[in-house]
Design a binder for this molecule. Structure first.
Ligand code: CA
Length: 348
């Protein structure tokens, strides 16, 4: 009760044992109408496990929490994406990720937002709030089932970038279907596509010009190059996860995404996969399996093929009408790629 886990009316709490503290480390105090005494060293001690009051934690990417029933009285800031000051269990009910009777919920850390809008959902009223450095959102076990964590953050540099595609050994098949590209596939410890749904959620609160896209490439000569765009975003599924990419291009790989050939630009086009033709080519299905170019934001097809076949596939037309492997058209005459990493960053 002194730690505010329960009020004067009582209720269930969860305790865990922790190593005893050294001499005179238990300080007494007067909190929440309970007076505690100071104490010297003891063999064991206990503390309260965070449940209802668990808040978002920017040090972990994905966390599973077993929420007790009816976490009333906890404060939630935001909708869909919640400020890290929010109660995870209460926010989960608000988000529809958890019934009021509690249960297991998975949340992941995501980019802090400029502001949070309060709404009333599922019987929970959330509050509006100003910017926070970190935030969290919910996912489900289906989305995480094959992954230790649901996404991968590149924190090597001081700014956090979300890596949404990584390939380096060809172990994962990128000739995948719509539902795979939507939900994500592969393993974050290996090769993966993060998932259009999460990309939309992560970029949605931002204007396109508040996010940047960076493409890193490694070719069969083991040389590396990159392309960067100062604007990036992914629309909702109702727009077929339309890509917004533009602004200023910088890099060494050349601009294969927007300016080199207008009808190949990825800007403003929906995503296509082997089972979904959302491209602007009336006579072609650019993502058709026979082309082995994987899923992408194809216009009247594209110069950017980072999800293409890992190796030139058997039966590829010779001389090929199109390079039959992962490539970046403006880089070394479509040289075959043996490593790619695509990532974005949004600034609050
Ligand atoms: Ca078409």
């Amino acid at each position: 009760m002194q730690d505010q886990w329960i009020d004067g009316g009582g209720g269930p709490v969860v305790v865990y044992r922790s190593p005893g503290k050294r001499s005179n480390r238990y300080s007494g105090g007067n909190r929440n109408a309970v007076k505690s005494e100071s104490c010297s060293a003891d063999g064991d001690s206990y503390s309260f496990e965070m449940t209802c009051s668990t808040q978002g934690d920017s040090s972990t990417l994905v966390t599973q929490v077993d929420c007790p029933a009816y976490c009333r009285g906890e404060v939630v800031y935001g909708s869909e994406i919640y400020s890290d000051k929010s109660s995870v269990c209460r926010a989960a009910v608000h988000a529809g990720a958890l019934p009021d009777k509690g249960g297991l919920v998975i949340f992941y850390t995501t980019l802090g937002q400029r502001s949070y809008t309060g709404t009333k959902r599922n019987g929970v009223q959330s509050k509006s709030s100003s910017a926070s450095k970190s935030a969290f959102a919910f996912t489900n076990i289906d989305e995480c089932v094959h992954n230790a964590v649901c996404f991968y953050q590149d924190t090597v540099e001081s700014t956090v970038k979300k890596v949404f595609q990584r390939r380096f050994d060809g172990s994962v098949d990128f000739q995948a279907y719509w539902s795979d590209y939507r939900n994500g596939f592969g393993s974050l410890n290996g090769e993966f596509w993060w998932g259009l749904k999460k990309m939309h959620i992560a970029t949605k609160p931002f204007q396109c010009n508040q996010c940047r896209l960076r493409v890193e490439l490694k070719d069969i000569d083991t040389e590396t190059s990159y392309a960067e765009y100062s604007e990036f975003g992914v629309g909702p599924e109702s727009t077929e996860y339309q890509c917004c990419v533009g602004g200023q291009y910088t890099g060494t790989a050349g601009d294969s995404m927007i300016s080199t050939l207008a009808h190949h630009s990825a800007n403003g086009v929906g995503f296509s996969t082997r089972d979904r033709d959302n491209d602007n080519s009336p006579h072609q299905h650019c993502a058709d399996f026979s082309r082995r170019e994987g899923g992408w934001w194809f216009n009247d097809c594209s110069f950017a093929i980072p999800n293409g076949a890992w190796k030139t596939y058997p039966g590829c037309p010779k001389p090929p009408q199109y390079p039959c492997h992962a490539h970046w058209f403006t880089y070394k005459n479509s040289i075959r790629l043996i490593g790619t990493e695509l990532k974005f960053r949004c600034d609050i």
